[in-house]
Write a protein that binds this ligand. Sequence first.
Ligand code: QUE
Length: 360
Amino acid sequence: MTPATPGATGAIPGAPPGPAPAVPAAPASGISARIEGAAGCILLDRPRALNALDAAMIDGVAAALRAFRDDPAVQLVLLEGAGGRAFCAGGDVRMVRNAALAGDADAIEGFFAAEYALNRAIAEFPKPWISLIDGICMGGGIGLSVHGSHRVVTEHAVLAMPETAIALFPDVGTSFVLPRLPGSLGHWLALTGARLHGAEAVEAGLATHFTPREDLPALRAALLAGDAAAVEAHARPVPPGTVAAKAAAVDRCFAGNSLPAILAALGAENTDWAREQLAILRRMSPTSLCVTRELLRRGGALDLAGCLHTELALTRTVTRHPDFTEGVRAVLVDKDNAPRWTPPTIEAVDPAAIRALFGD
Ligand code: QUE
């Protein structure tokens, strides 16, 4: 068989039938994309980084999306993570930090613009876009899945938007999604970075179906045969769980329209859960918490495109704030988990500084 032209992109015209050639991805891209049966299959394949998305992976997924969208042989898209531990742990924030330290604003903007364009293309994808989430799914991984039609989680799935820990904010279109979750659930998830297990993620509305890991091979086989309805057939009912049990307290505490109001409500709650949430919020970037609260307020009134536009504008200002490089340093570079935030407390955040980050 003739090797594919190096650097070729898109489906190869006149390719012989049978096992389809890889759609475009060179092995170095961190993804692979191929047609199996009636399914366009995309594998996030950088397991040593928990499949965190770098620029090449974003370009690879975007090229595969275009090829699968335009290929009538592809009835649905199947998105998975390699390595057994993660679907996708996030984005390449170490690279973004290096670019921020180097003052390379164009590199930062280019990275996020490509990622957010992909998030929007997934929302507009005309065929089933089915993510099988059998491990860690955070940040950029939520962006690759939540805008698609089907998000199948297993008992090994852990979903979260943990950006306030690194002084970023919930992006990849989640400023559209989170304010639309029931009650104040999205505000709680965004501010605290709370991790939801598979069944809880279905309860919260981030995931659509729960299927045990042991059933994934059968589900996968049915999907390769083009049967998107197999997602329903293989789904198990979700037992009423911890999210429903917490919902009333979440709504009492996280509905406040400012961080001081949320802290006051948590203090008044006087439960172990509320004290734990307070302790978590006290570890996050105070500036990032205030940006996040305001972003979700605005996101509730915008469409997805408007949210992604707001997020992209924020990446420019927020990555220039000292908390961002410090947060990535503390969590992902030095891993001392001892960030020194500027200002150091929520009470010391100047509302005018938050407005300035939004460009008001
Ligand atoms: C908050 C985040 C991220 C995070 C941890 C946080 C994030 C992200 C990663 C991550 C994890 C593993 C990797 C990697 C990145 O961790 O966005 O390259 O191998 O991408 O507390 O927002």
